[in-house]
Design a protein around this ligand. Structure first.
Ligand code: NAD
Length: 359
């Protein structure tokens, strides 16, 4: 039994900005509101660095820095593979999203975002909501994922979940020889926004769905909505028998402690940075567990907010997100042809696009 999130992407040795290729890291502090935040700009090669703001109770500032560096790098790859004219950025606010939020805090944060003059555009992420985005918008135009009532595209999570579902089907096609998920045992870890909508798609297709969350109201809400869900204790997720593991909580759940115990053939989920460190991809391959790269299959939300910036067109956003199926299939094929990991194949694809713009 493991606490699967005890080793998150926010641990491990601190990589430098230079190692990871970041352009800028901004520390934000506002004493009056209690704001402590960091904005990581990994790349603006393809366009403004767009990425959500996460609010999380980090144990230390170092943990927050590690997380924002990794998350913003992932956004560069995500936008590049999805073919969007966006760079990669991300922000973290240190604090408890259930108790520490205030209008003053998000306004102070909005002023920091504004000081970057559009080089960084923010949006929702874990721990932040449309209401928070509306507060930020009172201080800066560089915010997306706004409520529909403010002319925004609303919550990106349903689109993210649809893309994850498409990526999972592509993974199933590669691993099981069919993309039909009926009867497959799929465990969704974290049934918040993305996980909750993903469960809906899986139930509609007739999958056998296992759910797990540390927040009981999230489980209760889904149990009321759907029949036949199997609830798994959060400490027993990694030991559960399943065909497909869908991490939809936080990053780092694929690590040296969890991988030896995983009982699945495919990992395909919405969480960012599922691999705690580079060696974890090899650990998965050694166990013949296929991996649909997170930043490829969870790009739906980014596509949706990009559509908002361009002039919102939901049909376009859904069509692009639907295409995640083919992108994921192509990455599995490339990895197999080149005898490399799927993660490496996806990063190579992103780097190819970045260098085509730079040359
Ligand atoms: P959310 O906060 O709505 O949901 C996360 C859920 O995970 C919560 O219900 C939380 O209680 C649960 N959780 C936390 N620790 C857990 C544990 N140890 N075991 C089981 N459950 C646990 O967040 P979200 O918007 O659904 O995002 C989920 C993941 O997807 C994050 O990694 C996020 O970065 C990523 N993501 C989200 C979007 C989006 O559109 N929202 C887009 C791309 C990627």
């Amino acid at each position: 039994m493991f606490d699967t999130l005890s080793t998150t992407a926010a641990k491990g040795p601190m990589a430098t900005m230079e190692d990871m290729g970041h352009e800028q890291l901004v520390y934000c502090h506002d004493e009056a509101s209690g704001l402590k935040a960091m904005i990581g700009i990994h790349s603006t090669v393809l366009g403004p660095a767009l990425g959500g703001t996460r609010m999380w109770n980090y144990k230390s500032e170092d943990d927050a820095v590690r997380d924002v560096l990794r998350l913003s790098q992932g956004m560069t790859y995500k936008a590049a593979v999805a073919g969007l004219n966006l760079g990669g950025g991300k922000a973290v606010i240190i604090g408890n999203s259930r108790t520490d939020k205030s209008e003053a805090l998000f306004k102070a944060y909005g002023r920091f975002v504004n000081s970057l003059s559009g080089k960084y555009i923010t949006a929702e992420d874990v721990g932040t909501s449309k209401t928070d985005m509306a507060w930020i918008a009172s201080e800066t135009p560089h915010v997306s994922g706004l409520p529909e009532s403010m002319g925004g595209s609303g919550d990106p999570s349903p689109v993210t979940a649809f893309g994850v579902y498409m990526g999972m089907k592509a993974g199933a096609q590669t691993v099981f020889g069919t993309n039909d998920l009926a009867g497959r045992r799929v465990l969704v870890q974290g049934v918040g926004n993305v996980g909750g909508y993903l469960v809906g798609h899986l139930i509609s297709e007739g999958a056998q769905v296992l759910i797990s969350d540390v927040y009981d109201p999230a489980i209760e809400a889904l149990m009321k909505k759907y029949q036949g869900l199997i609830v798994v204790n959060p400490l027993q997720v990694i030991d559960a028998e399943m065909d497909i593991y869908a991490p939809c909580a936080l990053g780092g759940t694929l690590n040296n402690e969890s991988i030896p115990h995983l009982r699945c053939s495919l990992v395909a989920g919405g969480a960012n940075n599922q691999l705690a460190e580079d060696g974890d991809m090899q650990r998965l391959m050694d166990r013949s567990i296929a991996y649909a790269p997170d930043f490829v299959i969870n790009a739906g939300g980014l596509i949706n907010v990009y559509a908002e910036i361009k002039g919102f067109d939901r049909a376009w956003a859904m069509e692009q997100t639907n295409n995640i199926y083919h992108q994921t299939l192509a990455i599995f094929e490339q990895a197999s042809n080149d005898k490399i990991s799927t993660n490496k194949a996806a990063i190579q694809l992103a780097q190819k696009r970045l260098s085509s713009v730079q040359s």
